[in-house]
Structure formats: C-alpha cells, structure tokens
Design a binder for this molecule. Structure first.
Ligand SMILES: [Zn+2]
Length: 315
C-alpha cells in the first residue's frame, strides 16, 4: 500500500529557527544567564543562578536533552548544573511530562490550579507542584527575579505568564507560536475569550524576547502582534460568516437528520470564516493553509456560545 501525503504551502523562511545539533536539540542564550532549548517543535528554558538552575517547563520530546543542554551551558560558563527549581507553565503533559526526570530535591512551582489538575491526572511523569500561588508571585532565586502571574483561563485553566524583567523576556506557552498559526482549535484552547485576551496581557509587560513553547524560534513583540491580528481577523470573519449562513436551509433540507443539518450549517460557516484569512496569511504565517479552518471553527463557536452572537430566540 502506498501512502499519499497531501501537499501544503511552503514554510516561509521567517518561521524557521536554528538547526539542531547531533542529539536533536538547540540551546541558545536568550539574555545573560537565561537560555532556551528547542527540538524544533517544543521549547523549554532555564536560568543558571548562584542557587542552581531554574528550569522553566520540561517537555517530554526534549526529555534528557534538557539535562544535556544544562550541562553544556553550565560547564561552558563554570556554573552549577544542579537543577533545583522547576516552574510549570501549565499542567499539560506535552510541556511538563519530563518533570519526573529531575530528582526529588527539585522544588516544583506553579499555579494552584496546576497542582489541582496534576493531582487529578495522577501521572507519575508529572509530580504535582508543591509550591503554588493564586494571582501573582515574585520569586527571587539566586539573585534573579521571576514574576509569575495568572490572568485567568486561556489555552488551559491554569496557564500562567512567566516574566523575567531583568532578562527582558516573557514566557507564555501555547498561545502564540512565533512565525506559525496555532494548531487545531486555537492550540487546543479551552477558553477562547481568555485566549484572545492573553496576547494583550503579555504585551502589557516590558520585554523583548518571547518564549512561546512551540516551534523552532523565539518570538518578538511583532510576532505577538501579528498573531493578535490573525486572531482578530478570524473573529471578524466569523461574525460575517455567522450573518451570511442561514441554518434553516440545512434543517429544511435534512428533515429529521438533525446532525446532518448541524454539520452542513457549521461546516459552511467555518469554511466562509476561514477563506479570506487563509488567503491573507498564506506565506505570512506558516501553516495558515493547514490549521486556519480548525481555529476558525472554534472561534466561531465561541462567538456563538460565549458571546451569544447570532443567537435568535424563537418567536
Ligand atoms: Zn498546553
């Protein structure tokens, strides 16, 4: 049997990051003693301090390459390679599922909801963070400042902003993928209104370097603004599509088969919503031709269900 692979628009060069080394990772300096690590798809970061290393997320695809990257940087700079702290951005296994690689002496820090969800999920790969906070928490570790903030649910209920004011850096995972569109349903987002607000919350801080958790490069403020514009375009286009499609046509056609009618109505609305956005962003953001329709579906549903847009009460 021969597999057939669909063709997609080429990846714009602006979406690409540095090449991987032989072990399949790249580690680079963000600023001063803050470093980032990527395998080309996932990202993690760490700070070397006088009180050991502070690790920010531990994606399982990076796995033991995190240890290798820390060792490489620590030995090059003659500083401690001991990982003493691990900060969780949120509870998802694809970003913290290598947590258990680090020994029991690691202090795990994250949002209180992250702890609750990790206790619920009961995954030995992700020990619940014993240190928690509610809205804000400032950490001073080995003379370095890390500000943690929860602005409400977005991609997940517990996703936080990690701001490093003395490194001009901000980490916000699974919201903006610099150079790329979000994957399925807005990066698998649970709360679309919160997701749409999140880039603005990030831009309200002072920073130059953005760590988004995905794909092969760091981001800039312009990347975050471009993502904001892409999502705003999807929202606007979705409202127009909701206005343009009359569900009654589908319900009249399909009669008792209500789900056939629902599919006809919602698929056509999604297609109309996505069409001009795919056209505008192909060649600008990688994957615009691949995932815009899925994200448009989810945004369109949020506009209907969260905002009540297009909702009509039966006379
Ligand atoms: Zn996630």
């Amino acid at each position: 049997m021969t597999e057939t692979f669909p063709e997609f628009a080429p990846v714009p060069p602006s979406a690409l990051g540095p090449a991987m080394n032989e072990q399949g990772y790249h580690v680079g300096r963000v600023e001063r003693n803050l470093y980032w690590v990527t395998d080309g798809t996932y990202q993690s970061a760490f700070l070397t301090t006088s009180d050991g290393v502070v690790l920010l997320d531990a994606p399982p695809t990076l796995g033991n390459n995190i240890r290798r990257a820390v060792d490489e940087i620590a030995s090059a700079n003659g500083v401690s390679n001991e990982i003493n702290y691990l900060i969780y951005s949120h509870h998802h296994a694809d970003h913290v599922g290598a947590s258990s690689l680090f020994d029991k002496n690691v202090t795990r820090i994250g949002h209180e909801e992250t702890r609750r969800l990790l206790i619920r999920d009961d995954d030995p790969a992700r020990p619940p963070n014993e240190e928690t906070f509610q809205d804000r928490r400032t950490l001073e570790i080995g003379g370095e400042r890390i500000d943690l903030a929860w602005h409400g649910a977005n991609h997940s209920p517990d996703n936080i902003i990690i701001h490093l004011p003395d490194h001009d850096a901000l980490m916000l995972i699974d919201v903006v993928n610099p150079g790329w569109v979000p994957v399925y349903v807005s990066n698998l987002t649970e709360d679309i209104p919160g997701y749409l607000e999140a880039p603005g919350n990030a831009l309200a801080y002072s920073w130059k370097h953005f760590i988004g958790g995905h794909v092969g490069r760091l981001g800039t403020r312009d990347d975050v603004k471009l993502h904001q514009q892409y999502m705003a375009d999807i929202s606007e286009s979705s409202k127009k599509a909701i206005d343009a499609v009359d569900p009654r046509t589908y319900y009249a056609h399909y009669g008792v088969n209500k789900w056939a009618a629902a599919k006809g109505h919602l698929d056509e609305t999604t297609r109309l919503a996505a069409e001009p956005v795919i056209e505008k962003y192909t060649g600008v953001l990688a994957g615009a031709d691949i995932f815009t329709e899925s994200t448009a579906f989810w945004v369109m549903e949020s506009i209907r269900l969260d905002l009540g847009y297009g909702s009509q009460v039966h006379p």
